[in-house]
Design a protein around this ligand. Structure first.
Ligand code: MTE
Length: 327
């Protein structure tokens, strides 16, 4: 029983056709619904807004390139064109910095200097990695992956990073560890986020996987994209990339990784479990409660309503690697 009609991701955002005050009041109203537990009908993750992409460089030209990068031949192409870098770095979801797709400028406030990643919980070798050491310790490679958001848009991104299983081998989870939890950077003084919603969100952003999912060949930690360090808006300096799952499973700007025995609470699943399941495997046959997942819009140049629509693949096309995990 949706009280508010949520725009499809490729439609004109409400803020462009509604006076700002009306729009903001509505968002406050939505926050009220969230606190009242009526989130299922109105959650904003589907509220894709066309980004106000400008011609300005998204900050990525000043980022360090990775020398001698090798593209893993097993993941060198996906029968679709790689998304233009300028689009992938200016059409983002990063709610810590705002509730629209146009957060790339706001995200420049993320302080990435001297970044540490704590690995803790049920492991034999708990560690605190400095991000530079982490990138020296694990051999970096490039992988081209399909990327499918639960909101029914998609991209193809050349990531730089290393398989998660290498980090697992380094910290050695104990036999009691069954899940792994990823915790994103959060400082309310810096990640000012959607402001009027802040009270309703279970910050910090967290995501989690089963341990056998983490050990899968595809599960990847990205430190870069398009041959360079990750731009802040894309989750610098370390994010998860889980290509067979919807994009919200990939926590950005990770500060802590915790191995645990029980399935942990996660950000979107806490807000609306019926819309954002824990498993969240890409599946064209299971519609989201408010829209079909059978097809997806390919993020491209021009207006979002003109983007090409293509069929969505089971496991986002990665069934040969992961279907066995779910039998
Ligand atoms: N991680 C954090 N910390 N905060 C977020 O809001 N959004 C998720 C995911 N990781 C999100 C996050 C969602 S919904 C998607 S689709 C992807 O990041 C978007 O990644 P991109 O901006 O690099 O395309």
């Amino acid at each position: 029983m949706p009280l508010i009609r949520i725009k499809k991701s490729w439609e004109i955002p409400e803020r462009l056709v509604t006076p700002e005050a009306t729009y903001l009041n509505r968002r406050r109203f939505m926050k009220g619904l969230i606190s009242a537990g009526l989130t299922g009908a109105v959650l904003p993750l589907a509220g894709c807004n066309k980004s106000d992409r400008s011609l300005a460089d998204s900050g990525s030209s000043s980022l360090k390139s990775y020398p001698n990068l090798t593209r893993n031949p097993a993941f060198s192409q996906v029968q679709r064109a790689i998304t233009e870098e300028d689009l992938a770095t200016k059409y983002n979801n990063f709610y810590e910095f705002g509730g629209t797709k146009s957060i790339w400028q706001a995200a420049q406030a993320l302080p990435t200097e001297n970044w540490k990643v704590e690995v803790t919980g049920l492991v034999k070798n708990p560690r605190v990695y400095d991000i530079d050491d982490l990138q020296k310790k694990f051999p970096l490679e490039e992988r081209v992956y399909r990327f499918r958001c639960v909101e029914a848009w998609s991209m193809v991104v050349p990531w730089v990073g290393f398989p998660m299983k290498l980090l697992m081998a380094d910290v050695e989870p104990t036999n009691n560890a069954k899940f792994v939890r990823f915790i994103s950077f959060y400082d309310p003084e810096i990640t000012k986020g959607p402001g009027f919603w802040a009270g309703g969100y279970p910050w910090p952003y967290t995501e989690a996987l089963r341990l056998d999912e983490m050990a899968n060949e595809l599960a990847f930690f990205a430190t870069g994209m398009y041959g360079k360090e990750l731009p802040k808006q894309n989750g610098a300096p370390l994010r998860e990339v889980i290509p067979w799952k919807y994009g919200f499973k990939g926590a950005k700007s990770i500060v802590k990784i915790e191995f645990v025995a029980e399935q942990p609470a996660t950000f979107w699943n806490t807000l609306a479990a019926n819309e954002y399941g824990f498993e969240a495997n890409v599946n064209p046959n299971v519609p989201h409660p408010r829209w079909s997942q059978a097809t997806e819009k390919v993020v491209g140049s021009g207006a979002s309503w003109s983007w090409e629509r293509i069929p969505t693949l089971a496991y986002n096309g990665y069934g040969e690697y992961v279907a066995g995990l779910y039998q």
